[in-house]
Design a protein around this ligand. Structure first.
Ligand code: WTA
Length: 663
């Protein structure tokens, strides 16, 4: 990825000016940058005024004990109230909050803000009846159905931090997250629809409850939405149907206001070690950051826009730009349950046409998939309502950017390439559609009120035209506050690399072009980006090694045309597994791929597994992944002089064809 991006950088001279009418009525204009720079705290306080507070803050930012930030200190606020109640109170209750579209055709529901308020209130009452109290953690493991939004807002309403676990994750992954944050309730469903079929969720929850118990966490209640009508195993003492508990509860619920720093949610993400990190977000600053950036970056006109973010709610994009940002801004949005090709490859564009979507936010991996399927598919639908296009999750290559702009945006719609992370909570680097002349492939500049830089090894800002490490140089409202239960790891992971300068190290490489605009170059650590999802090499290596036939494993992310990076694994088998011949049987490779799927989830399943006799190691025993990456990307292998045994790479290359496997 980085070589390609760098060479594009050298030749890229296309610029796309903002459309004149958009610029003329833009929410944010160029003056915002200087104004925010002049007084950052005043700038963020102004954005905080966009929300309803039960009690205003005494202090905008407390940064007395870095890296532990407090924003809007002394303020009292409720996120759920800001996402629903206040809109109803303002007379916007009849406005549609969600145009929900199920995967089976003709399965759709519109939910107004007033209905959402009732449902959230009912769910809040039901959770309280199930024994959930302020501060308790609730795990949510649901497909893309409206109940997931209701569940999240109900948790926020009673001050019970939620941890949403992506529905594609395995029972192992769910169990470890439940155990880590000590969740006592899980909200799930019998199943959901994906790729034209009902797929079950409840069995994974049943398993996860057992596994979490083995890790010391007892799950007291499981609240189950009936979505598919599949048969489920039932434990009367623990399981409760949503339609019994929630739909029968009162729609009256007086919400309590919490301290601005009250925990809102924990979202687990992959780090460089095997154990996922629980990113903690709190209430006031997070809501200010997501609400403002959603309004600014997409030039949101809440009264007329129809917004659609295609992310799954199991990722941070679904939290910030499907739930808290858009709903706090009172927009009408689309939410879709299924896959883009179900029942046909034009499904997304059919939905855009049907609901008149005006702002569309998706990931480069999806854009590349549509490019592959062909421009004639979107051409069959009326996409003329679209006025802003967004991209997130990984660097968007200029080819995909141009295709997106031309084919989906009729060569007139601005594309905003938004850089941010689970940790940042909010968009940090992005063009503004009414201000910035966009360059294909560049996320351009830090937003007003955000400070980013590219620095060298010594933490010094690099000059224009050079590359280095991306850092955030000042605190921002939606920043993570810590890692759940692990302040030390929080400091080590993000704040130790440039401790002297006090910079947050994002883990990404970046380059400043001649104009000082930013180009993201991918991760510099052992984190992969597969279809915009973060996976750690170590996590997948541990999963492989947990298989009885595997002695050792090394995983790398290799460039992939569609998914950005793909998981490639190199595996050394145990002696016992080798009995019966040297050749790597396809069956075993399939078994190992399934094993990873079972341990982590389908997204972590290696595209390719190569059975090798040795791994390339330095004299100190560190695996040289760089060399394995060369093999996985079919390149000539680079410098091998630091290997303990330089013949190892020849052995691996010999095995390459024998052990390759792909779906
Ligand atoms: C990558 C997703 C380039 C980056 C919101 C980051 C990007 C990681 C972009 C965070 C972008 C995200 N351009 N790279 N526009 N957006 N990334 O936590 O490597 O799932 O560190 O958050 O994705 O992934 P996460």
């Amino acid at each position: 990825m980085s070589d390609e991006t760098l060479s594009n950088l050298l030749h890229e001279d296309r610029r796309f000016e903002p459309p004149a009418d958009l610029a003329a009525h833009a929410n944010v204009t160029a003056e915002a940058y200087a104004r925010a720079d002049a007084d950052r705290e005043a700038f963020w306080a102004e954005q905080a005024e966009r929300l309803d507070w039960d009690q205003k803050w005494d202090r905008v930012l407390d940064w007395d004990d870095p890296p532990f930030a407090k924003w809007f200190v002394g303020g009292r606020i409720n996120a759920s109230y800001n996402c629903v109640d206040r809109h109803v109170a303002a007379g916007k209750g009849d406005k549609v909050a969600l145009h929900w579209v199920g995967e089976p055709e003709d399965d759709a529901r519109d939910i107004t803000y007033a209905e959402l308020k009732d449902q959230v209130s009912q769910a809040a009452n039901a959770l309280t009846d199930l024994g959930v109290q302020t501060g308790d953690r609730v795990a949510i493991y649901l497909p893309m159905i409206p109940e997931v939004v209701v569940a999240m807002l109900a948790c926020a309403r009673i001050g019970a931090p939620h941890t949403v676990v992506f529905g594609g994750f395995s029972s192992e992954a769910l169990a470890s997250r439940v155990a880590d944050c000590e969740a006592k309730v899980i909200i799930t469903s019998d199943g959901g629809y994906r790729r034209g079929a009902a797929s079950a969720l409840k069995p994974a929850v049943d398993e996860a409850v057992e596994k979490a118990a083995a890790q010391g966490q007892r799950v007291e209640k499981v609240l189950v939405v009936r979505r598919t009508g599949q048969d489920v195993d039932w434990d009367d003492s623990r399981d409760v149907w949503w339609h019994d508990a929630v739909e029968k509860a009162s729609t009256e619920h007086e919400c309590e206001f919490f301290d601005s720093e009250h925990p809102l949610y924990v979202m687990y993400t992959s780090g460089t070690t095997g154990k996922p990190k629980g990113i903690l977000h709190t209430t006031g600053g997070y809501l200010v950051g997501t609400s403002y950036t959603h309004w600014a970056v997409f030039d949101l006109k809440a009264d007329t826009d129809v917004y659609w973010c295609t992310a799954d709610v199991g990722w941070v994009t679904g939290h910030s730009y499907m739930v808290y940002g858009p709903l706090s801004n009172n927009v009408t949005q689309v939410m879709y349950e299924g896959t883009p090709d179900s029942p046909h490859k034009g499904r997304w564009w059919e939905i855009v046409e049907k609901y008149g979507v005006t702002i569309f936010y998706t990931a480069p991996t999806a854009i590349r998939t549509f490019m592959k399927w062909g421009s004639d598919i979107p051409a069959k639908f009326d996409l003329s309502t679209i006025r802003v296009l967004g991209s997130v999750g990984e660097p968007i290559n200029p080819e995909a950017y141009i295709w997106y702009r031309e084919t989906i945006g009729a060569s007139r719609v601005p594309v905003v390439d938004t850089w941010w992370q689970t940790e940042t909570g909010q968009i940090m680097i992005s063009p503004l559609p009414g201000v910035t002349a966009g360059k294909p492939g560049s996320a351009m500049t830090a937003l007003p009120g955000v400070s980013a830089d590219v620095v060298n090894d010594d933490g010094e800002s690099v000059p224009n035209g050079s590359g280095g490490f991306l850092v955030l140089t000042k605190p921002w409202p939606a920043m993570l506050r810590t890692l759940w239960g692990d302040d030390e790891r929080f400091k080590d992971t993000y704040w130790s690399r440039f401790a002297e300068e006090g910079f947050y190290f994002a883990g990404d490489g970046a380059k400043k072009d001649e104009d000082g605009d930013l180009w993201l170059l991918g991760r510099v650590d052992d984190v992969m980006n597969v279809s915009g999802h973060r996976l750690s090499t170590t996590e997948i290596e541990s999963a492989l090694v947990s298989h009885p036939k595997v002695a050792e494993a090394a995983v790398v992310g290799a460039a992939d045309e569609t998914t950005g990076q793909a998981v490639c694994a190199f595996v050394i088998l145990r002696e016992s597994a080798l009995e019966g011949g040297e050749a790597a049987p396809d069956e075993l490779i399939q078994e190992l791929r399934q094993h990873v799927q079972k341990e982590i989830g389908a997204i972590a399943k290696p595209r390719q597994i190569m059975i090798v006799p040795e791994l390339p190691k330095t004299r100190s025993g560190k695996i040289m992944r760089r060399l394995l990456k060369d093999v996985a990307e079919n390149r000539d292998v680079g410098d091998v002089t630091t290997l303990a045994d330089s013949t190892v790479m020849d052995l691996i290359k010999d095995k390459q064809t024998a052990g390759a496997s792909e779906d």
